[in-house]
Ligand binder design. Sequence first.
Ligand code: HDD
Length: 699
Amino acid sequence: MGGEKSRKLAQLDQHSQFVTKDDRITSDWGAKLGNTDEWLRVTSDHQNGPMLLEDSFAREKIFRFDHERIPERVVHARGAGAFGNFRLFESIEDLTIAPVLTDTSRETPVFVRFSTVQGSRGSADTVRDVRGFAVKFYTQEGNWDIVGNNIPVFFIQDAIKFPDVIHAVKPEPHNEVPQAQTAHNNFWDFMYMHSEATHMFMWAMSDRAIPRSYRMMQGFGVNTFTLINREGKRHFVKFHFTPELGVHSFVWDEALKIAGQDPDFHRKDLYEAIENGAYPKWKFGVQVIPEGQEHDFDFDILDATKLWPEDLVPVRYIGELELNRNVDEYFTQTEQAAFCTAHMVPGIGHSDDPLLQGRSFSYFDTQVSRLGINWQELPINRPVCPVMNFNRDGQSRHTITKGNVNYWPNRFEVRQPPTADEGAYLDPPQNVGGIKTRAKSAKFKEHFNQAQLFYNSLSEPEKSHLASAFSFELDHCDDPIVYERMSQRLVDIDVGLAQTVAEMVGGPKPGTPTRQNHGKKASKLSQTEFSPSKPTIASRRVAIIIADGFDETVYNSVKSALKASSALPFTIGPRRSEVFPAGVPKSAGNGVQSDHHLEGMRSTMFDAIFVPGGVESIKTLSKSGRALHWCREAFGHLKPIAGTGEAVELFKLAFALPGIHVSTNEQAVESYGVVTIANVAPESLREAVTFAKEGVGFF
Ligand code: HDD
């Protein structure tokens, strides 16, 4: 981030309080308190008397505690946020007058909040769900919010359906079950009854809904916005964020287990990466369609259940988003952060996308219920430019505005509306005609073409994961009408998929499709197309498993090689106290302090496993069911596994599977992601790390 504080961070400092040793406890009205541990009461040596209502210090403490919670977000309640910067490397002044998108000398401070949609505030991070990707740009012309997701389309076309889709996905009303899951009757009932959701549920069943990290997912504005240039010409636009680290997912078994083992996995991953200086970055791009060409497509460009295929409308990458600072306090910063799709700055505008227009009402309204009418005055939400108007008063108003008028026009001509030259927001004239009715244009009625396009464009492993996801989800639906109908619905996407799922979930043999698969594919829909520009294991977590008698030379060289590649090595031993290498007496100070023990952590917390040799160490690990499980589970989750020397024997035991080869000499052998070197030479160690880095599935 450099030494200099962004405008936003400097502004937040004005509202921050630092806790120091010199502080003394006071009441909220500032009076110093000598005892905050005992309620004032009538007492003697022999008897405890009643507590006194008079103790307003005690009452204040309890009263404040009683009111600590605010309503959680009705959707996207579970989330994590961080600060960063947006840098523009190419001006798009041909399209917009917004300096955030034209001034390449600027750095715009941002706050980004990632979230899951369905679960409540305390739910697990790794559930199958869409992820929110909300970006607040604190521009010098006002706050600009892109309130997006990691999936480019949405379940519904019209905002009026939002309460229905959210009621259907949230826990069922009679018993408030299940928490943070799509795997239940009501969700799939709605998906069937509402065929416009077909495209989106294909994405939601794909690997996109179980991201490895917030840092490894795309962000999309989803809705269609407009850009307005100096001539007042409008272009339709979609916003894209593409992660530098590539797009990666868990496998489902892993996501399920982590949800129990470490419900804060994504939150911690983001925090840890930023603390370690592995600042996540995304390229920022726009897809643009000039006004006048909006009818040239076989879908309506204002329909949020459709994407704009990149083969038709390429993404123009113009900037970069970097997150580089964790929040200081979760509540005041992440929980009180409030986004709104209506927050736009001059040069950026709405479109007639019927989802977007409804959203812009909803966000404003929900913030009032969560945070009160003066929510935009909260430090995290305040713009870095002046806010001047005659909106006044309301609960918890902070700003003291001096002067004796609070209306416009006024005789003093204070706070006049700015001219266009002074940077006023532009509403370019738009020709609007039609019939007032509750209907949308004809192209909104087509719901299957892009669902097929998405499915056809996936790689074979992605397709197979998708079939497994449907099989899992519909297995959790116990109302036959739900899984039977859904099995049939899939026929209209792909007959093979429908057959596999119907068989797994006990649906009827799928009938004839009402439409054939058009067979078309598009680029940039499969996540396999988003490999990092530079392959890297930076910020990846690698477990080094040891027991007493491990090979210290190998351990040290692999650990330092991993560190040199900016990976995060963790030593896992049979206990968290010292573990002793071969050839040293077991006395304090001779060993290695492990970071965790084999029972305290599981393979699911790591991206890769390395096991150094050592006769005694491998003997112990080979007898440990848990150690063997670590290796097998990591293998099952398709993780790179490497071992040297005697570790080859451990792997032979763990992976007694046909087709897995382990090395018997000094050559590194890679078989199904397992890298082994039996007779290790120091130079091959470097090779092992390089091997893992360049070839064996870290990316
Ligand atoms: Fe929404 C929150 C993303 C449709 C109503 N939404 C919310 C958040 C994200 C999205 C990322 C969390 C923001 C944060 O971190 O505080 N929502 C989307 C996307 C949509 C979408 C990408 C489709 C393109 N949303 C949508 C509709 C409506 C809402 C159609 C209502 C008509 N969304 C809300 C809300 C929330 C919200 C109820 C809950 C908390 C909040 O706004 O601040 O107003």
